[in-house]
Unconditional design. Structure first.
Length: 243
């Protein structure tokens, strides 16, 4: 984790190109922001409908419908792994922010900083809203719900019904890929691009693994989260490239 942050700090501090290759595109931004902000209200309504478990209901639950490939997540409860996944997600968020700041040309700090900042905000907002929409709609039980070794209070919470798909994985992936995409677009001739993308893949994979270790998610949860987050982190900047 520490190595990842140091590496990103060094890469981000390198001289950026004289002009950012992105432009605000109303045809893209208006629908994305409109849908995302609309989902704020929708997710609020759906989230309010999620009910918590009673202790009697928990005693009757059995993971009968958990596919074999997801069963590895059962009978796990590891708060330390949960903390490590939190730190990994914050590291990716910080790396993306650092990339935005360090790669904003000083000549047009306000204008270009606003463009990159808008792309970053849009990427996180759309990823978060889509993640919450699926979570509140699918209502999949987290793995630890079936495990007596997990705290009863956690198992009874309504959040225990929000396993699919992993928000930690999607947010980490969207920020890590966003940072790598911005950096490589700003440094198209750099020989460091393979290392940048390796780091952008390694951190989300680590966070996803820790979410399974913590008993918070199934493998399918984190894999879908990684795919959705990576797609958002790449497509939002790509759609704003000046042509």
């Amino acid at each position: 984790m520490r190595t990842y942050l140091v590496t990103l700090a060094v890469l981000a501090s390198l001289q950026a190109s004289a002009q950012i290759p992105y432009r605000i595109r109303p045809a893209v931004d208006v629908p994305v922001y409109g849908v995302s902000l609309g989902l704020v209200a929708v997710n609020g309504q759906l989230g309010d409908r999620l009910t918590s478990w009673t202790e009697a209901e928990l005693q009757l639950l059995e993971p009968r419908n958990v596919p074999a490939w997801d069963a590895v997540a059962l009978n796990r409860w590891n708060p330390s792994a949960g903390t490590r996944s939190d730190l990994g997600m914050f590291a990716a968020f910080g790396a993306a922010g650092l990339t935005v700041l360090a790669n904003t040309p000083r000549e047009q700090w306000v204008r270009d900083g606003a463009v990159l900042g808008s792309l970053w905000f849009q990427t996180n907002l759309s990823t978060l809203m889509l993640t919450d929409l699926v979570k509140n709609s699918v209502k999949r039980n987290r793995p630890f719900v079936y495990y007596d070794g997990a705290p009863l209070t956690d198992r009874m919470e309504s959040d225990a019904r929000k396993s699919f798909f992993s928000g930690h994985s999607s947010i980490t992936a969207c920020n890590a890929v966003f940072a790598a995409k911005i950096w490589t677009d700003m440094h198209p001739d750099s020989k460091l691009k393979p290392w940048v993308w390796t780091a952008a893949a390694a951190l989300p994979a680590y966070v996803a693994w820790q979410r399974v270790e913590a008993g918070k998610h199934y493998p399918s949860d984190v894999l879908v989260g990684l795919a959705v987050g990576a797609a958002m982190g790449y497509l939002i900047p790509q759609l704003h490239l000046a042509r």
